[in-house]
Design a protein around this ligand. Structure first.
Ligand code: UGY
Ligand code: MN
Length: 247
């Protein structure tokens, strides 16, 4: 919270095509499965998104659960702290996983745990009637050179495989580098700014963005980015992929 003597000027902007929302503007709420946690809804159908994204602060010694569900898969990514996921994964910054709808997603905090969660309805296909689970750590995911530029590196935390209907990627851009074009595509994005700062082009607006900002981009939102100094940019973003477009 800012001192009461400061002005309340904000970079927050919500439009039909995109939203830039610095974290300071989100009030915490409680989720039924996470009664001890401060939960922040970053994106939901209320803004036009076809997914829900949360940031959850789970205090040390407490736990939270999304119960098994017939439709919703849950992706988790640890921003800070330590804990356990379903008694099968040690949580620390960079740990991630995908829980299929058939399973509960239980998170236990050993130290204060700050975690990003994204929930999406799984879209079955003939070859992949059921969602596929996944566990990993960002440090173990290869950084590949993107767009022939060694100063722009991409990590695909969820493999680019038809078994998965979502991508969760981390971009790392050296200062001065970014997306070399304005891209426009049917996929949505939910983007959490992990590190650094820069300029995001969103539907014709150039927006200053930095660590702890959240950006939602609607389908066909024209978008581009370049990092400004002095540290590299890192952002984690969601994208719906690998499925037909329902008509
Ligand atoms: O994968 C993407 O669509 C990515 N290039 N978009 C973005 O970073 N805004
Ligand atoms: Mn994109």
């Amino acid at each position: 919270m800012r001192p009461i003597t400061d002005l309340v000027h904000s970079r927050t902007r919500v439009t039909p095509h995109y939203a830039v929302m610095p974290f300071e503007g989100f009030p915490p709420s409680r989720l039924p499965g996470f009664p001890n946690a401060e939960s922040y809804v970053l994106a939901s159908p209320a803004i036009g998104a076809d997914f829900v994204q949360f940031l959850i602060d789970l205090p040390a010694g407490s736990a939270g659960t999304f119960p098994a569900d017939s439709e919703l898969q849950t992706f988790h990514y640890v921003l800070d702290g330590t804990g356990q996921y379903n008694n099968t994964q040690s949580l620390k910054p960079g740990a991630f996983g995908l829980t299929t709808p058939a399973n509960a997603c239980k998170l236990e905090a050993e130290t204060n745990l700050r975690i990003l969660l994204l929930r999406k309805r799984y879209e079955p296909t003939a070859n992949h009637p059921d969602a596929t689970p996944l566990l990993g750590h960002a440090d173990d995911v290869e950084q590949t050179v993107w767009a022939d530029n060694p100063d722009s590196l991409l990590q695909t935390l969820v493999p680019d495989d038809p078994a998965f209907d979502l991508a969760m990627n981390i971009f790392t851009f050296s200062p001065g580098h970014g997306l070399p074009i304005v891209e426009t595509h049917v996929m949505e994005h939910g983007l959490w700014f992990l590190q650094g700062k820069g300029l995001y082009h969103l539907a014709g607006d150039w927006m200053e963005v930095e660590q702890n900002d959240f950006i939602w981009m609607a389908p066909f939102c024209p978008q581009s980015y370049y990092a400004t100094g002095p540290t590299p940019t890192k952002y984690l973003y969601y994208k719906n992929v690998n499925r037909d477009i329902p008509l």
